[in-house]
Design a protein around this ligand. Structure first.
Ligand code: HEM
Length: 473
């Protein structure tokens, strides 16, 4: 059903599937190709040939063997011929791109754009991102080779990332990220037909203990958002059914992470597991500290029902408050839910759909030095400035919103020398996680636009008249 943007039913056939569908559970491996446009006409021809194959958000009964999705940066859109008048209608932060916003995002020191992977920075900064998910590695490799061959004319493939879900050692636990935490748990629940995550804890906390799903316009352009307005979007034919996509290649230093927490355990055996959970806000198996402050609870983390309890928690209702989940814990900063008061009204405009995948081999304590691994962090939203940038800049990279002064997110944003405060009940003093070397370093990234399918066809055909909206005279 479509209602042309007036309600909550999105045109699933015109939205790219990676925005609204979590591929991760069905598709265990992924390939990300970052490319530069070298010949605009050949590049557009290639795009035109892909339109039919691009995976949409229409639900499937049997998952395909592989998926295909494409996104372009502002520069990339210009390179394939989008006229200047249309390029100017994109939001300012997207026009500038991630590297230009480094200072306010906290991408400094080793995360500074000047130090990013050579194939992701400067004049190599990608124009297009092609993403393939597959059910098997053989299927992934076959599809990847096909795409590489097809892109030989029109593009130069500058950088490739292979990613794969990591098994969790705890039986029944969700897939994990490299530091060992179950990941991919909390996602926004969306009204109408836009998301399959109809479970408590995904929407906005409302009075009486319930949760209200979010308006699709928070994530897909052309639909009403939480303020009852249409999000800022480029002019037609690009303004409908697209989404803005943030990509960050985040290198994780697992040996340093292990060294830091194992050191703490030497003084007090067993304390590493507790401190790691305090830093994240969840135990390794995904149990939220708010629901179970003293130990992981397999009944919560193992609950796979549609109405599973793993995300069904609030901060203001927790009896133990910050004594259970510290004010600076990663998940509490990244989505404070009702922590600022007024139920969820102060946080509902700052949600993101996360689609990250781990890259690189799982850590082995006997390995040689220098093996790179991390998270290809990807998130989709209607406004990069209001959603990703508020989370990254105001909540992860700054402590003010939580009364924490200079404390930054100890997991992702602390530079060398960062610290974290773990609150305690008076008269016991708080614990401070002491200065550390950074655990996570940004190796490159960008702000992309994931167009709707009709918009993709218009891009391929260089047809800027689709909507009847003409360039300003
Ligand atoms: C290497 C870097 C990162 C790691 C290892 C990491 C790890 C995690 C883990 C383990 C969770 C809990 C499981 C879940 O809810 O899925 C989580 C939740 C979350 N993270 Fe991160 N994360 C990283 C970077 C980021 C960044 C850069 C952002 C945003 C700027 C972010 C935003 C979020 C959000 C919004 C949640 C969900 C919170 C909730 O709704 O309760 N993360 N992360």
């Amino acid at each position: 059903m479509t209602d042309h943007g007036r309600g909550h039913y999105v045109d699933q056939g015109d939205v790219q599937g990676n925005v609204l569908c979590g591929y991760g559970n069905d598709f265990r491996c992924a390939w990300y190709g970052f490319a530069l446009v070298t010949e605009p006409e050949a590049a557009r021809e290639w795009l035109g040939r892909q339109v039919e194959a691009v995976t949409t958000a229409v639900p499937w009964s049997t998952p395909p063997l592989h998926t295909l999705n494409v996104a372009l940066t502002h520069k990339g859109l210009g390179k394939i011929g989008v006229p200047a008048w249309l390029l100017k209608t994109f939001p300012q932060e997207f026009q500038e791109g991630m590297a230009k916003r480094a200072k306010c995002l906290g991408d400094l020191g080793d995360s500074d754009p000047a130090k990013w992977d050579r194939q992701l920075r400067g004049d190599k900064a990608p124009h297009i991102l092609v993403t393939v998910f597959a059910r098997t590695r053989a299927a992934l490799e076959e599809r990847r080779d096909e795409i590489r061959a097809g892109m030989e004319s029109g593009f130069s493939l500058a950088h490739e990332v292979d990613a794969e879900l990591l098994e969790h050692p705890l039986p029944g636990a969700f897939a994990r990220e490299h530091f060992g935490f179950a990941d991919g748990l909390a996602q926004p629940t969306i009204k109408g037909n836009a998301g399959p995550w109809e479970r408590p804890g995904g929407g906005t906390p409302v009075a009486g203990g319930g949760w209200e799903p979010l308006a699709p316009g928070e994530f897909v352009l052309g639909y009403v958002d939480e303020d009852g307005m249409y999000p800022e979007a480029p002019a037609q034919p690009l303004g409908r059914n697209g989404s803005f996509t943030v990509v960050r290649k985040l290198k994780q230093d697992v040996p340093e992470f292990r060294r830091f927490f194992d050191e703490a355990s030497k003084k007090r055996p067993g304390v590493a597991e507790v401190l790691e959970a305090k830093m994240l806000g969840r135990w390794h198996d995904g149990t939220p500290l708010v629901l179970s402050p003293d130990a992981p609870d397999p009944e919560v983390s193992g609950d796979r029902s549609r109405y599973s309890s793993i995300n069904d928690f609030r901060y203001s209702e927790s009896d133990a408050g910050p004594l259970a989940c510290p004010l600076g814990a990663h998940v509490r900063r990244a989505n404070p839910r009702d922590a600022f008061g007024w139920e969820g009204t102060l946080t509902r405009r700052h949600r993101i759909i996360r689609r990250g995948m781990p890259y690189g081999p799982a850590y082995d304590e006997h390995e040689e030095n220098g093996i790179e691994r991390g998270l290809l962090f990807i998130c989709h939203q209607a406004s990069i400035a209001r959603q990703f940038e508020v989370i990254q800049r105001r909540w992860l990279y700054d402590g003010d919103a939580f009364g924490l002064g200079d404390d930054k997110d100890f997991l992702t944003s602390a530079e060398d020398g960062g610290k974290m405060t773990i609150q305690a009940a008076r008269p016991v003093p708080p614990t401070f996680l002491s200065p550390q070397k950074r655990f996570v370093t940004l190796r490159g990234g960008g702000y992309f636009f994931t167009p709707g399918i009709a918009a993709l066809s218009a891009l391929a055909a260089a047809d800027w008249t689709g909507s009847g909206q003409h360039p300003p005279s």
